[in-house]
Write a protein that binds this ligand. Structure first.
Ligand SMILES: C[S@@+](CC[C@H](N)C(=O)[O-])C[C@H]1O[C@@H](n2cnc3c(N)ncnc32)[C@H](O)[C@@H]1O
Length: 242
């Protein structure tokens, strides 16, 4: 199951009404999703007016979309009043920066606005091979490193965010990866978060020492890897909290 299908099923079954997407590009995932309120954040949208009109006709809920052309860091820092007014968000897709630091910050910022019964989904958490896990700021930068086994697929080191969250916040968060669509990281709130979560620099640095091969060998303990059937469990669990 791909991210778009999973997100749509969750929205329907859990009766969710607010969706935030970090990293939208041409709107391949954002525009088809049917949800009452949708917010997109990307410093470089590439959605033509023609495409917006096409998707407005196909999915009229797109009329209310809010677009923020900026990095997610700027969005969370500068749009606090918009976010506070908007109220809690039910479901968040993080698919922007493919770096460990960027994706971790996106999760920690997103948690400030996530509905307690909501869910964060991170794309690209389980790279198909070591080359596609090459740490870099962009796919071009990763390609230039000419790592052996490069196939043109690129996930970066977002997987470190999952390892980090499972080690740092096992008391507060339920975190795993579903082995589908390049690895969908799933983050849910287990126990009420009393104050904003911050980054522990020592643990952060430790993540950089873990080779991706080690994660592949210890996938269950390190990243809570689940097979695709877990999508059904997840949808049912989220729907049961209504
Ligand atoms: C892989 S694409 C997103 C694809 C889209 N979600 C889809 O499913 O088709 C990544 C996007 O993230 C954006 N991006 C990169 N860094 C970002 C950041 N710091 N904050 C928000 N978006 C970012 C890029 O401009 C790019 O458009």
């Amino acid at each position: 199951m791909d991210r778009i299908t999973l997100i749509q099923k969750i929205i329907k079954e859990a009766n969710f009404s607010a969706y935030l997407e970090i990293g939208t590009q041409a709107g391949k995932s954002f525009l088809p999703i049917k949800c009452k309120y949708k917010i997109a954040v990307d410093p470089m949208f590439c959605i033509s007016s023609k495409r917006k009109i096409k998707w407005l006709l196909k999915n009229p809920l797109n009329i209310k979309n809010k677009y923020f052309e900026e990095t997610s860091d700027d969005f969370f820092a500068k749009k606090k009043s918009f976010l506070d007014k908007r109220g809690k968000i039910d479901i968040i897709l993080i698919d922007g920066s493919h770096t460990f630091e960027g994706s971790l910050k996106d999760v920690l910022n997103s948690l400030k606005y996530l509905n307690d019964r909501g869910v964060i989904i991170l794309h690209d958490c389980y790279p198909p091979n070591v080359a596609s896990a090459t740490p870099a700021k962009s796919k071009n930068e990763a390609a230039k490193k000419e790592v052996e086994g490069w196939t043109g697929e690129w996930c970066g080191d977002v997987w470190k965010t999952i390892v980090y969250l499972r080690r740092a916040f096992s008391d507060l968060l339920d975190v795993c990866i579903i082995n589908t669509d390049y690895g969908l990281g799933i983050v849910r709130i287990k126990n009420k978060i009393q104050k904003p979560l911050s980054i522990d620099n020592k643990l952060f640095d430790e993540m950089h020492k873990i080779p991706f091969e080690e994660v592949k060998q210890n996938a269950e303990s390190m990243i809570g890897l689940k097979d695709e059937n877990f999508t059904k469990v997840l949808i049912n669990e989220l729907a049961a909290k209504i």
